[in-house]
Design a protein around this ligand. Structure first.
Ligand code: MTE
Length: 321
């Protein structure tokens, strides 16, 4: 497997080279076990800045609000998983300024009557932008509360008129090899691909996300357009998406391909079903990181059970993890 060759600011300039080399080699050796490889590194200060993002107007959603403290914008934009830019939590912030976000197109194809391609302006104007505060729970055991901006994905998907054969929806992230150092190492099957069942994709909670904290999405959070699926583990929320494909058969996501024993298709937040490497019973809210801060109990469906539990009625959620 080839090793990472980072552009310009190398980790070796920050960490003593021996430490850096051994850590990097260990992570490469860990291979498929990338998710969570660097969780010990938190909290980390951002070591390079990404260009400030422009304001994005949105009306606060009356329905999707949370009476919980929001994660600070600084934490939410400097502690990220975006493996196209590297495996460390601060790699996305450090390297994602290279991501080319304009021009951008999102193509919707597959089992649809009218395939369509949208540019960013078209996406922003398609439906009124709302600010929704959602919990995001990562399978690694941490969570955040983020004010996202966007609209229900269903508004976009309805445009193309899915055919009767459309049972699932696949989401495909951008691949820009010249700008994404992470594509050269690690065993994730690129491009990053995720999937939802049709009714999950059409559920009003599923957010086509164009911004956060009153601004357009920063690159490290998946600019210019991503998904936010708040009742599922964070990895289902694909970033920087370029293609949405309606399909008949259940898609195989990048994580399912890499480590099928650890990642299933559904990936609903479920405190009763442990991941082989992490219990899912509790979580650490980013920002509440003092040694004495108690961990929070993880809620079934990340607290969105009232809205989504009916989608899984009669299903064995241990088998369908
Ligand atoms: N999308 C792409 N394309 N590449 C990724 O590595 N990481 C996922 C998800 N979407 C990822 C991705 C994971 S593991 C998580 S937890 C969330 O993005 C993190 O989103 P955030 O950085 O905005 O908190």
């Amino acid at each position: 497997m080839s090793s990472y060759r980072y552009p310009r600011i190398r980790s070796s300039e920050i960490t003593p080279e021996e430490v850096w080399k051994s850590r990097r080699q260990w992570m490469i050796a860990a291979g498929a076990a990338t998710l969570g490889a660097a969780t010990q590194a938190w909290p980390v200060a951002a070591r390079a800045s990404t260009a400030a993002t422009a304001a994005l107007q949105a009306r606060p959603s009356a329905q999707y609000m949370l009476m919980e403290a929001k994660t600070s914008e600084k934490d939410a934009t400097s502690y990220n998983n975006f493996y196209e830019f590297g495996m460390d939590k601060d790699d996305p912030k450090r390297y994602a300024d290279k991501l080319r976000t304009s021009p951008w197109t999102l193509t919707i194809e597959g089992e649809v009557v009218s395939p369509m391609t949208f540019d960013l302006d078209g996406l922003r104007k398609l439906a009124p932008l709302e600010e929704r505060i959602y919990r995001l729970r990562c399978v690694e055991g941490w969570s955040m509360v983020i004010p996202w901006i966007g609209y229900s994905l269903s508004a976009l998907l309805k445009q193309v008129q899915p055919t009767g054969n459309a049972k699932y929806v696949e989401f495909i992230s951008a691949m820009q090899p010249e700008n994404m150092p992470g594509l050269r190492g690690s065993s994730i099957d690129w491009p990053y691909t995720e999937g939802l069942r049709l009714d999950e994709a059409m559920h009003p909670l599923t957010l086509l996300t164009l911004g956060m904290y009153g601004k357009v999405l920063p690159n490290q959070n998946g600019a210019p357009v991503r998904l936010t699926v708040p009742w599922k583990y964070g990895f289902k929320s694909a970033k920087s998406i370029v293609k949405i494909r309606f399909v008949e058969k259940q898609p195989v996501s990048s994580w399912m391909k890499s480590i099928p024993s650890e990642y299933g298709f559904y990936s609903n937040v479920n405190p009763e079903v442990s991941h082989p490497r992490w219990s899912q019973a509790t979580e650490r809210r980013i920002g509440e990181d003092s040694l004495f801060a108690p961990k929070r109990k993880t809620l079934m469906f990340n607290g969105y059970g009232q809205e989504v539990a009916s989608l899984y009625q009669g299903m064995d959620l241990r088998k369908n993890f």
